[in-house]
Design a protein around this ligand. Sequence first.
Ligand SMILES: [Zn+2]
Length: 103
Amino acid sequence: MAVCEHYRLRVTLHLDDELDAGEQRLVQAHLETCAPCRNAFKRERLFREAIRRRRPLHVAPDDLRAWVASLVDSRRMASPAPGSRHRPDLPSSISDNTAVAQS
Ligand SMILES: [Zn+2]
């Protein structure tokens, strides 16, 4: 059973194509020989497909998207010089804590 636990922990990584080629082959070989793990893999894949079919769950309104884009642009313009620890675009209480945490 410990072998199956090992592979079941990798099912999500396998589905996300996050395993290296060797691990992918090992997981695939196990799924071909182990019906319980193969069923778990199929359930996980079907669950993911069901979620994908329902996308998008929420779509941000255009004005919110524009506001976020302008924030990103303004922060890029105000970004500190390389090597600087000061963050001028954050409230002082946050940037003070950040400076301490980075020390
Ligand atoms: Zn198994």
